[in-house]
Design a protein around this ligand. Sequence first.
Ligand code: BDP
Length: 636
Amino acid sequence: MDRIYKILFSLTFFFLCHGIAFAEDGSSLWLRYTSLDKTQVSSDTHSPTIAIARSELERYGTLSSVKLVIDKGLPSEGFRILAKGDGAEIRASQDIGLLYGAYALLRQQQTSGIRNLRSAPRFSLRLLNHWDNLDGSVERGYAGKSLWKWEEIDGQARKMSRGVEQRVVQYCRANASLGINGSVLNNVNASPKILSPAYLDKVAVLAAAMRPYGIRTFLSINFASPMALGETDTADPLDSRVQQWWRDKVSEIYARIPDFGGFLVKANSEGQPGPGDYGRTHADGANMLAAALEPYGGIVMWRSFVYGANHKGEDRVKQAVSEFLPMDGQFRRNVILQSKNGPLDFQPREPYAPIFDNIRQTPQMVEFQITQEYLGQSKHLVYLAPMWKEFFRFVSPQRLVGIAGVANIGDDPNYCGHPFSQANWYAFGRLSWDPSLSSASISQEWLMQTFSREEHFVSSLSQLMEGSREDCVDYMMPLGLHHIFKFDHHYGPEPDGFRADYPIEWCPVYYHKADAQGIGFERSAKGTDAVAQYRRPYRKRYDSLRKCPEEYLLWFHRVDWDHPMRNGKTLWENLVAHYDRGVSQVKGYRSVWQQFESLVDSQRWQEVDHLLELQYRNAQEWREVCLGYWQKMKGG
Ligand code: BDP
């Protein structure tokens, strides 16, 4: 062969072998296993779920053999891994436990090495909430359009194209690898059309794809559906025709999807219809749906994110407790109250939502937001596990039956937009299985699987990720500031935001109340007394200007600009220092990342590099706009 052709040939060979490093677009997520076809898998039982466990292990396992064993003595969904020389045994009481065990073994293989392990999930409901609309858009989605391709609905439900199926399968594998066991497919601002036969056919197709991976399907419903679909002239939950309509609809759903999970409901909130439209309570509404679902084992997840209705004018952060506390004890057994982690709305930092203290008789779930609506969306590297761990310091996982995360998933090649946003999906799943895991251990295993196991890389990036949420708080809203986002898209700063045609609870000026004298929202007993909704010792601690943790200061107190802080400096000086710290931290991200250019495939490396540059510019903008505005308010 000609010399030049030899060189070209060897180069082609080189690129073929190393092609992965050049071609990685993030679509493999953290499941970047190498195909080895090495492991012999044996199992006494057969099912679609076992078949998946087998094929994942056969294809990607490094051991010579793995035995899958049903062991009824183990907890529901849990598993055991027993390492045995060059082989292993996975035991579980159910097929799904064996699949979870298989993924855990593969994770060990990619991270710590294979060792004995006993594991079972802390929560029985571990759900993603997709805010996907039927036109294919995703509310607060920053990673492309809906994976579900609702637009292919007309008569096409059963003919999902191969491409779509592969994306959905990858979604299922990723979730099963974490133990996520439910998916609410559509937006809480739900279109009534989701309950029409054509869409239910499509839902059934998706449910069938997810079932072997242990993922049950749920739907968000519009409370006025029977009326909106033209089948009743009211949606009053106490009207017997409405009740019958829901019973029929539920039976229609279960005929298609026998393991259907139930409904998620946003009612009488932000313009959505609800039982309040008929003078009925949330309990009346939830119980009507719960009664229809009960014979099938379905549940209702009723959201407490309700404001501006019955308690209009009251401090928004108090309204959920005001509304739901009097109803505690009135809900049917299959109703769960689902609340956001903070009392306002997924801000970079909020104190925990006191509804978790107040509601004692109704089962509760927490709703986290993975999609970073208020934390730089899919443009900023902000690792959310430290924020969720912070919540669990105040609300014990034992008080909760489930955990939901508003998904950050779309049809972008890498599913999440920012390559590091995948870490938030990952961390949500890992914490929903075991909230006692540390955020650092989760980021480390994610980094090892997603990028590289090189020690220096893993420790540097994991440290960077660990601090990133605090950095974001610093450059956006330090010391308890909240909701000073630009209207509607919630990405950049708008501290002067006020619109007479908007509810006051959407206006930044309502939240910071900055003027010549000071800044902050007085929620102590001297103000709205929101502190009274907290249990001891937090009630007193937050009420006291002296004892209130400084990270919540302006959330609970209005203080003068020259208020002396614990470090002896004034509030103003501290505010400036926080903004500066946030910006300089983010500046450092890029220098860290640039050290590792040779370790990361070029496509993902460059993507992250560009995004870090953008994040730095955005952080500067936050500082300039906010400090400029506070300075103007303060005068001088
Ligand atoms: C807000 C979002 C809005 C959601 C709402 C909710 O901006 O898009 O519909 O929460 O959770 O944060 O219902």
